[in-house]
Design a protein around this ligand. Structure first.
Ligand code: HDL
Ligand code: ZN
Length: 416
């Protein structure tokens, strides 16, 4: 154990090394373990047809949306590669991400040969690639987004899922809050006596559904992605489901409810998954839930840059609120830098700095490479400020703090 020099140069190198090496818990992804077969997306054609890149592709392409989306995946990837990489420099974060993946997999990025990249993937099994990607990305475990309203997903759980400690589950329940009448039909079909108006014993039956699934999949939290208009102060079915069903079960099972707030779904439906946008949400909704349900735990991330400061300040008021990630449209270096600095300044080390939201297995490589680099830079500044006061910082201090940020805060908050 030795105190690091005041000039901070030692600190920068050691911090960079430790941050590059810390194993992370990625607490929100759309990945699946190998048992989910084709639900786990992987390989270069899936990387190139990520909806972030589709949105950017249509900035340049005059092609009809439907015509493009009906093309075979490989043809879509050809189009994206030509338009976003060969015909112009790939400077966007999602474009750069593709190149980071290729580079870290040891491929010749300079060749610009999509065929050569495809050849590399042809020789792999999914289980080999899972092992390789988790190692390259330094990811200890990911949390899946498990949707009990998806028949394909239900079928996998009915068949049985082999335990893979690298893949933990979360129960994603958007339809219960956003379209209860539709959700009620699914629950009825699954044997829960639920009416579309949440009448009679419906609330108890919804609670039974939530309890059954949380225990069946061993969910570490329940989650929903919510519109910028989300406000539990408003009366209505959504608020009743939240207060009579979701929060009681979360409290009973001691699992957090993860609120991901600020989406404007399908502002351009013809873009499919790429058709969602962002809106400033009401921080009052978060305040009221944390205040009215002090025994419930809330994981919260918000999509609008304009919500970030007030979200951090709200977390200062409620210890049952854990802020996480630079989500979706915020997961760009300039915003990760700004948000992480602000969070360190207002929350110290009591937040979860990042999740990947990976949809394709190889995303873990670029999303964590890029985030580690930015977070390392921001942390260096903060530790350098400490050194400047005469406070000494040891290697053990750095290891302890990084473990807290990238694993401990999540594990302690979910209690597992
Ligand atoms: O609702 C969510 O979980 C979002 O992350 C959406 O899946 C979004 O399409 C996405 O992939 N963002 O990164
Ligand atoms: Zn997501």
């Amino acid at each position: 154990m030795y105190p690091l020099s005041i000039n901070g140069e030692q600190l920068k190198a050691i911090l960079g090394e430790k941050l590059a090496g810390v194993q992370v818990v990625d607490m929100h992804t759309h990945l699946f373990s190998a048992d989910f077969d084709e639900m786990l997306l992987w390989g270069i054609d899936e990387v190139l047809t990520y909806h972030y890149l589709i949105a950017e592709y249509f900035r340049y392409s005059p092609l009809d949306y439907g015509e493009f989306l009906q093309l075979p995946k490989e043809k879509q990837a050809d189009e994206v590669w030509r338009t976003l990489f060969l015909e112009r420099s790939p400077v966007s974060e999602a474009q750069r991400g593709v190149l980071t993946i290729l580079k870290r997999l040891g491929l010749d990025v300079g060749s610009r040969s999509l065929e050569a990249y495809r050849e590399y993937f042809r020789g792999l099994t999914v289980r080999e690639q899972i092992d390789r990607v988790f190692k390259l990305a330094g990811v200890k475990e990911v949390v899946m987004t498990n949707d009990p309203f998806d028949p394909q997903e239900r079928a996998v759980w009915q068949r049985g899922v082999a335990e893979d400690p690298r893949f933990r589950s979360s129960l994603r329940i958007d339809p219960l809050l956003l379209d209860f009448p539709w959700a009620a039909e699914t629950l009825q079909a699954e044997g829960y006596a639920v009416t579309p108006d949440l009448g009679g014993a419906s609330a108890a039956e919804v609670r039974r559904f939530l309890r059954d699934w949380t225990l069946k999949i061993n969910a570490v939290y329940l989650a929903a992605s919510l519109p910028c208009s989300f406000d539990p102060a408003q009366d209505g079915l959504s608020t009743r489901v939240l207060k009579e069903c979701i929060l009681p079960v979360c409290g009973e099972l001691d699992v957090p409810f993860a609120l991901m707030i600020g989406v404007k779904r399908q502002v351009n439906p013809r873009l499919g998954l790429a058709g969602d946008s962002v809106g400033k949400a009401q921080i009052g909704a978060v305040e009221r839930l944390c205040a009215e349900y002090p025994d419930n735990k809330f994981l919260v991330t918000m999509l609008s840059r304009e919500n970030q400061h007030e979200l951090a300040i709200t977390a200062r008021k409620y210890r049952n609120l854990m802020v996480f990630g630079c989500w979706w449209f915020l997961n760009n270096p300039s915003l990760v830098q700004e948000i992480t600095a602000m969070r360190l300044e207002t929350l110290g080390l009591s937040f979860i700095p990042q999740h990947s939201d990976a949809r394709v297995l190889e995303h873990l490589i670029y999303k964590w490479d890029h985030s580690r680099a930015v977070i390392s830079e921001v942390l260096w500044g903060k530790y350098r400020d400490l050194l400047a006061t005469g406070w000494s910082v040891t290697e053990e201090d750095l290891e302890r703090d990084l473990q807290q940020l990238f694993q401990g805060n999540f594990h302690e908050f979910v209690g597992r």
